[in-house]
Write a new protein. Structure first.
Length: 122
């Protein structure tokens, strides 16, 4: 997510232009039902501030503590889907995700090309 934020927050770039940078596929063994109550907690925290716009709610300096806590809980849970110990930093998270990606695409890159049989003219 850290890399997605860095990429999408460049001047002139918004989330619409770079949608694939924002979401990484979750591990196939992930139990996503554990994330449901955490997502509901975020929605509940947002609903507790009916007069605030999304810009108000997600301003890093003004973000309500309950919403920040709800997002932190969800972030930790998603981190644990990738690695039980979690991550100490954004850099460590991105390095781990790239290693998973490299392992995922390695079989695609390692397949040798099948030799073609010569055509027989008749």
């Amino acid at each position: 997510m850290a890399d997605a934020v860095r990429q999408c927050k460049r001047p002139g770039w918004d989330n619409y232009h770079r949608p694939r940078l924002q979401h990484l596929p979750l591990p196939p063994t992930a139990n996503l039902s554990k994330l449901d109550p955490l997502a509901v907690a975020i929605l509940t925290a947002r609903a507790a501030h009916p007069g605030a716009t999304l810009a108000d709610l997600y301003d890093p300096d003004l973000m309500p503590p309950d919403l920040r806590r709800a997002h932190s809980d969800l972030d930790r849970a998603v981190d644990r889907l990738y690695r039980p110990a979690g991550f100490a930093s954004d850099r460590e998270r991105v390095e781990h995700l790239f290693a998973l990606y490299e392992a995922m695409v390695a079989p695609l890159l390692a397949k040798p090309a099948k030799p073609r049989k010569p055509r027989v003219k008749t």
